[in-house]
Design a protein around this ligand. Sequence first.
Ligand SMILES: [Zn+2]
Length: 146
Amino acid sequence: MSRIRGKDTKPEMLMRRGLHGRGLRYRLHGKSIPGKPDIVFPKYRTVVFVHGCFWHGHGCSLFKWPKTRAAFWKNKINRNMERDREALSALKADGWRVLVVWECALKGRQRRDLAEVLDGAEAFIRGGGKPFAEIAEYESIEKRAS
Ligand SMILES: [Zn+2]
């Protein structure tokens, strides 16, 4: 298949391009930073993760436990979630502020407007207040019982 679309609409690309367009300069994939965040804003000591809802076990409209190989997936996804929790506490301990943008904020039936997501992200990054925030779809359905 040829790649006709000139525009990458993956959530991470949308965030990178949008935040750069708002004058926020970043580094990618901070390898030496806990959890290897997708986007790093050294000036604001802030990192952004753009999490795929399936891989990170988000209790949202995009997430569904697979019916086949159920034990394998449960184990894998629970491990990912455990790693996320560890990365978050390590980042907090190192004085990083953390924003998680979930895939469902930008994709799927309950997604938000891109501008709204970028507004929220920019306000968080520049704001310097709270240590943690996340942006997800509208009306996130019940968090799944784990
Ligand atoms: Zn989600």
